[in-house]
Ligand binder design. Structure first.
Ligand code: 5AD
Ligand code: FES
Length: 368
């Protein structure tokens, strides 16, 4: 086992059979070794810095019916909401003051938010904060739509592939085609976004061999970002009786992804924080270098319920901001007040300002 981990550390790659061997046989000792190697790599690429993104969940309308997801279109128990343009600008202002230099605009696949409306939002944020980055997470759209949003100023796009097993993907997304999802990722890459793939760990029917497919998929497509979290059942879905993914399996996968993709932006996700009190801290220690605290207005938080037991639903943006910094520091890391681009991308785009010169005294604002 140690030999395989060393080989992965040296080459940033490892054959599928050996990856499978690691997943099937990892024990406490080898886990500790794996995590220490992932940590070494992250210190080399990103140091002890953790990037923050302000997450704005701006619509929970969705036309899709992903089996695992609590806000799937057919769930009649969801109280649907859309933030207005002004509410979104307000979130952006609060976020900037709290030191978030990247916004993630995330929503269900809501036809109301056509290209014109998203372009208006992108331009609005960019006119207020030209040096802040905008990440979109709006699901599947056409090439032309992705291109228009990119040309309007969007910097990054997150679209998890959810699982790299075609069979599992199509079971979890009835009527959807796995290849369409992958085509979207290829389009995002071609257009020039910093793009993010990602998947869930512990999905119903998911095998260790399926997880090896995920690892191989991300190694090959080489995303700038990779969002990985445990599956957590939602009571209103058909998958409500399945068990959640585990902290151990998820942090093993995070460490493996850090070793396979040394430069990747790797979030310690909210889902990981939701299955364990110190899940995000453990995710950071296993190679994670991004956190995405919630910036949405508190009155809509509970309505964006993808899975049961989601954390932070009652907390004001400033509380989440304080809480996250404390957690990052307790884990032995530091918050970075910056756009937090992928390190390789930054080298290729040296003209993009990483640090905003007018950074405010956030300690003053937060009352530390
Ligand atoms: N458990 C964990 N993660 C989920 N997501 C959606 N539903 C669940 C769930 N039940 C994840 C998906 C999606 C992201 C926004 O949230 O991977 O891409
Ligand atoms: Fe829309 Fe899951 S059903 S994101």
């Amino acid at each position: 086992m140690k030999q395989y981990i060393d080989e992965l550390y040296e080459n940033n790659d490892l054959g599928d059979e050996k990856l499978l061997y690691i997943l099937e046989n990892i024990d406490d000792n080898s886990k500790e070794y794996l995590v220490s190697k992932a940590h070494e790599i992250r210190m080399r690429t990103y140091g002890n810095k953790v990037f923050m993104r302000g997450l704005i969940e701006f619509t929970n309308y969705c036309k899709k019916n992903c089996e695992y997801c609590g806000i799937q279109g057919r769930n009649k128990n969801v109280e649907r909401y859309r933030l207005t343009y002004d509410q979104i600008m307000e979130c952006a202002k609060v976020g900037d003051r709290l030191g978030y230099k990247t916004y993630v605009l995330q929503g269900g696949e809501d036809p109301y938010f056509n290209d014109d409306r998203i372009v208006e939002i992108i331009k609005g944020i960019k006119s207020l904060f030209p040096n802040n980055a905008i990440t979109l997470s709006l699901g599947e759209r056409s090439y032309d739509s992705y291109k228009r949003l990119f040309d309007a100023g969007a910097d990054r796009y997150l679209l998890r592939h959810e699982t790299a097993s075609k069979e599992l993907y199509e079971w979890l997304h009835p009527g959807e085609v796995f290849g369409d999802r992958i085509k979207c990722l290829e389009n995002l890459k071609e257009i020039g976004y910093q793009f993010g793939a990602g998947f869930m760990v512990g999905l119903p029917r998911q095998t260790k061999a399926d997880l090896v497919k995920d690892l191989r998929f991300v190694k090959e497509i080489e995303p700038h970002m990779c969002g990985i979290g445990p599956f957590i059942p939602h009571a209103d879905t058909k998958l409500k009786d399945f068990t959640a993914g585990t902290l151990e399996d998820t942090t093993t996968i995070l460490a493996l992804v850090r070793l396979l993709l040394p430069n990747v932006l790797l979030p310690a996700t909210t889902a990981l924080g939701s299955i364990d009190k110190v899940g995000r801290e453990k995710g950071i220690k296993a190679g994670g270098n991004v956190v995405m605290p919630n910036l949405s207005p508190t009155d809509v938080r509970e309505k964006y319920s993808l899975y049961d037991g989601k954390i932070c639903t009652g907390d004001e943006a400033a509380e989440c901001r304080k809480c996250i910094e404390r957690r990052i520091n307790n884990a032995g890391f530091e918050v970075a007040i910056t756009r937090g681009d992928n390190v390789k991308w930054s080298q290729d785009n040296p003209d993009v300002l990483q640090y905003d010169s007018k950074i405010v005294d956030i300690n003053g604002i937060l009352g530390f």
